[in-house]
Design a protein around this ligand. Sequence first.
Ligand code: ZN
Length: 444
Amino acid sequence: MSTIQNWQIEDAKVKALDDLRVELNILASREQTQAISGYVSLTTIGKLGKKIKETRRQINSYSQGGRKLNLFDKLVFRDIKRNVEVINIYYDYFHNPKNEMNFVSFFSNLMGNKSAYYDYLQMMNPDNYPHEELDRRNELSNIIFNNEVDNTMIFNPLSSNETLKEIKKSLMEKFSENKSFIESFYKYNGLDVSKVHVDISSTEDGRDFFENILRTIALNSEDFFCYKDKEGKIKIDDLCAKIALTHEYAHAIHFNLSQNMPNGLRTKSEDNLLYNQRILEEGISQSSELFMQDHIAEKQQALGLSNEEVERASLDNKCVLARLLPNLVWNLLQHRELEEELNPKIPKQFKKLTRVVFEEISGMKRLRKDPFFLDILPFFEFVDSSLVYIEGSRRIYPVVKKMKSQGYGTNTILPALFHGCWSDVKAQEKFIFDLYLPRLKSEN
Ligand SMILES: [Zn+2]
């Protein structure tokens, strides 16, 4: 039997519910796209609220129907329920004005675990945090970190430095070797990787990702460490690249295979922001790393790795997660702290706080519930990133509108606007209407 299978929902009502949850997920993900860009459309929120109600109503009427389902359908039904529940909790907390759930309950409910918030706090306790592993990994990586060749130099296309060119060539060879190594690992495990492309990228944030539109993995060049060893030789360490590539391949394969599943269980580009699915997707990719750690240990001789290198690979996954934890816990604490300070039921003077005022004037509850939603920027930065666009449009749009109302087309309006770099919009307007356009007319 092949490990790749197709699964279909049999029960028509569960199938309909599954489609409904996809619609809901797309709406929820639209809200998230907005949130990431720093705004909220109350229309989207209204639609989301309605869709949640509709889906929950269908789930309830179905539960009361007492039908006999096959196990797969039962599981899908259960999954849909949890999916909708998560979105509902999220909606209630951030957007439903009638709901005043606190941050700790929100987070714990969202995670589906009553003690989730406190569990995370506990993870920072010195007895639980992997201080020894972090220290050991750091010790093992010391020579690499302290003697690393800057990656941006290696990938500098203008460089004429021969050593750097050589390094780049070796790095690209390492890239191909790793690609084959990981592919054979997955192929060996019965998984088709033929439709997955891999490219080396050098984005500044050092991120690796799987791009599911082009089905391409971007492996960041920063995952390869080029360094000078004790004997002064240039070496390329690719252990991180191996683990990272394993992780991204897992996403790619997960994406491909989930297409054989019912609609709601497929990885999609339009709803990939959803917490409940993303959490599991990342969990799957993180676990693939653990298999790779074992595989590296098994292939130690063939890969020509020292015991220390195998040990370093075995610490990778745990140490990466540990590095992310302080930031997560810090944010959990901050959200709680700010929420408590901002609780409008407590002191009157806090009513003056920006987050509260903003909620009052905009009707966007999210602005108060997510205290870091709109981060404070230095003045020059908010001028540069938002004010110039908004104020600029407010000044120029009426001029454009006026030209349009006089029957001018784009081929006149744009050149008119391009004539001069004005500071006073009234001056520009006068120039356009009293000088530029009349001359244009007289010349034609
Ligand atoms: Zn991932």
